[in-house]
Write a protein that binds this ligand. Sequence first.
Ligand code: G4P
Length: 194
Amino acid sequence: MKALQEKIHEVGRVLSADVLKVDSFLNHQIDPQLMKEVGEEFANRYANEVITKVLTIESSGIAPATFLGLTIGAPVVFARKKQSLTLTDNVYTSEVYSFTKQESNKISVSRDFLTADDNVIIIDDFLANGEAVKGLVDIVNQSGAHLVGVGIVIEKGFQQGGKLLRDQGLRIESLARIKSLENGKVEFFEDGEF
Ligand code: G4P
């Protein structure tokens, strides 16, 4: 997606060969116009599918997921990482290990908001090792819902997640696929290049 790649070139900061800082439009401050275009792009890519629910994980997945939900008219559910006062039982849970933070989080989604009748798309901001998406896929499987596919704003194509998930037969649509962050520079895969 051209506008997204341009924004990354313009304001993204390479912190190391592994980490891209994009908190001026995605992870902290949010650019609503760009997120609206991101939501519309996900909707276009999955235009041939009937989607009844958008599933994401707090916190940075919520903005792109919400704009997709708005575009296609489907509710958005976000998995919680912390136990909520009101979300005590009646939940699906899964474990998500973060290599970046070297900690495991238990994520939960209420059974009220995901059922076997749903056609679900999973949305997240980053795809690195794929742990967050794996946890969300586990929750969709527990619910008996049908998983249509996954939408990612920025995939770090030099990490394992995308390959692991595609090898399992999952459809993954990434709007920006990074080939390398070496030497402080962001290099993207061209469309169709793997
Ligand atoms: P994985 O889910 O693909 O395995 O990712 P990983 O454990 O490596 O990432 C854990 C957290 O770090 C996630 O956010 C993920 O979005 C974020 N992350 C991974 N790589 C990058 C990167 O290059 N740049 C930035 N800015 N973030 C990255 P989180 O902890 O769940 O945070 P949030 O959603 O509350 O913002």
